[in-house]
Design a protein around this ligand. Structure first.
Ligand code: P6P
Length: 334
């Protein structure tokens, strides 16, 4: 069977009536190229002297790792000149990045978390890049953050690249979810997982249990029922995972099922949760829903939430439909 590279897949999707406009295809290919460069750097690690702290902080008030900054720069450098974008926004930057005057602008807005889970880098555990693509509202030549503040249902494409034992790019533009594995010998992403589907039921959950004393009642009820196992109300035993890398959790869930939870908790009552809606919640929710799963903030679909700020945080419950529906019901019943 001939190998279908990312470029070939996207060109063939573009040929199908209206599934992928040329400019969007080019943009996705460019993001893929930037992720390849990030993968090569992540894989070099200490050999390239790029582990450890950068000595700088980001808008989130987090200490940046050297690779956070490198990954962010790769994505900016790869995408600023192509002519597809009106602007970019990143977890690592307070304000949107405007396309330099010497380059043409395009109709899309690109948002990304350049290296999610970066606390795992120095201990050699999987990390990833998450990206989300919106259309820039008509008539806006100099997009401020307001242009980005669109609900997740407006996304035209989203994806992540997980830098694990394999480097995999997983992508949707509204016609299902497709996975590509990086072939380092040829330097190309090759289609290896067509039309990925999240199993509707599961026996595996992912949450940081050390925060249990801070959870709200519906989350405590839900997790207690799973911990009760076969003799409990759910009548089955569950297993638990926590990688502290959302991209790795989501990839496991889209591959074999599960539920990922990062709830609001009492540690910081003013925060709706830890994860950011624009470049973590929305892209992952789009991917999971396109793969037949569900994604809510405990009360509503994440994709329907109207964001109020570029770095707004939300609670996230996503994965196998049966489980997300149950914990969402518990929130609604309280
Ligand atoms: P905690 C990584 O920092 C991240 O944003 C997600 O990738 C991950 O799921 C979560 O935070 C881990 O958070 O509180 O367990 O370290």
């Amino acid at each position: 069977m001939s190998r279908i590279t990312l470029s070939r897949f996207l060109i063939e999707q573009q040929r199908k009536a209206g599934t992928l406009p040329p400019e969007l295809r080019l943009l996705i290919e460019t993001v893929g190229r930037a992720c390849k460069a990030i993968s090569y750097s992540v894989n070099k690690g200490a050999l390239a002297g790029i582990l450890g702290e950068a000595g700088t902080g980001n808008i989130q008030g987090e200490a940046q790792k050297k690779l956070d900054v490198i990954a962010n720069d790769f994505l900016l450098d790869a995408n600023e000149w192509g002519g597809s974008l009106a602007a970019m926004a990143s977890e690592e930057m307070e304000l949107p990045y405007h396309i330099p005057g010497e380059y043409p602008k395009g109709e899309y807005l690109l948002m990304f978390d350049p290296l999610d889970g970066s606390s795992n880098i120095d201990v050699n555990i999987s990390v990833g890049t998450i990206f989300s693509i919106l259309r820039c509202p008509e008539g806006i030549d100099h997009p401020t953050q307001e242009a980005f503040l669109q609900p997740g249902t407006k996304q035209v494409a989203a994806g992540y690249t997980v830098y694990g034992p394999q480097t995999m790019l997983v992508l949707t533009f509204g016609s299902g979810v497709h996975g590509f594995t990086l072939d380092r010998e040829h330097g190309s992403f090759v289609l290896t997982h067509s039309d990925m589907q999240v199993p509707e039921s599961t026996q595996e959950f992912a949450i940081n249990m050390s925060n249990m004393r801070h959870w709200e009642a519906p989350v405590k009820r839900y997790v207690d029922e799973m911990l009760a196992g076969k003799t409990g109300p759910l009548g089955k035993d569950y297993n638990m995972r926590w990688v502290a890398s959302m991209v790795a959790e989501v990839h496991r869930i889209i591959t074999r099922g599960g539920i990922f939870m990062y709830p609001k908790d009492a540690r910081d009552p003013d925060k709706a949760g830890k994860l950011r809606i624009m470049y973590e919640g929305n892209p992952m929710a789009f991917i999971i829903e396109q793969a037949g799963g569900a994604a809510t903030n405990g009360y509503q679909r994440i994709l329907e939430i109207q964001p109020q700020g570029l770095h707004e945080r939300i609670a996230v419950f996503l994965g196998s439909k049966e489980e997300v529906e149950r914990i969402t019901r518990y929130h609604q019943e309280q």
